[in-house]
Design a protein around this ligand. Structure first.
Ligand code: MN
Length: 139
């Protein structure tokens, strides 16, 4: 699946190129707000090979992030753990304060809804890029 097919079949708002966070991504992503009320939710689309840098959703209480996979194929990895392959219908529960990354497989576009779990003292810390050699090892 390429990004145009993803755009044309996107159930939720596809949005615009994610220029505000481009410095924290390798490759091009798109961000479509779904809800800015109650529980914030965003539609995130990744071009093939695009992934975000290692990052941490910090919180003193509650917080973290949920990913609902809607299209394509991608990866999720926590620091020190093997990468988990993601397909439509998969749900990823990311605890607060756990270093991780998420993004597309090398050969196909990928899309997930990101739900920002409300909490106290929340912030996101962006860290180093995913090692290209490690990413290239993923099937
Ligand atoms: Mn995240």
């Amino acid at each position: 699946m390429n990004i145009e097919e993803l755009r044309q079949t996107s159930l939720f708002n596809f949005g615009e190129e994610n220029v505000n966070f481009a410095q924290y991504f390798d490759g091009t992503s798109y961000l479509g707000p779904i809800s800015l009320e109650q529980v914030p939710a965003f539609n995130v689309s990744f071009e093939p090979g695009c992934r975000n840098h290692w990052h941490v959703h910090h919180a003193e209480q509650g917080g973290g992030q949920m990913l609902l996979v809607t299209a394509g194929r991608g990866w999720y990895q926590e620091w020190g753990q093997p990468a988990r392959e993601l397909h439509p219908g998969d749900v990823v529960n990311i605890p607060a304060n756990v270093k991780h990354w998420h993004g597309a497989a090398a050969d196909t576009a990928f899309q997930h809804i990101a739900i920002e779990v409300p909490g106290q003292g929340t912030s996101t810390e962006w860290c180093e890029a995913v090692d290209p050699e490690e990413y290239a090892k993923l099937a």
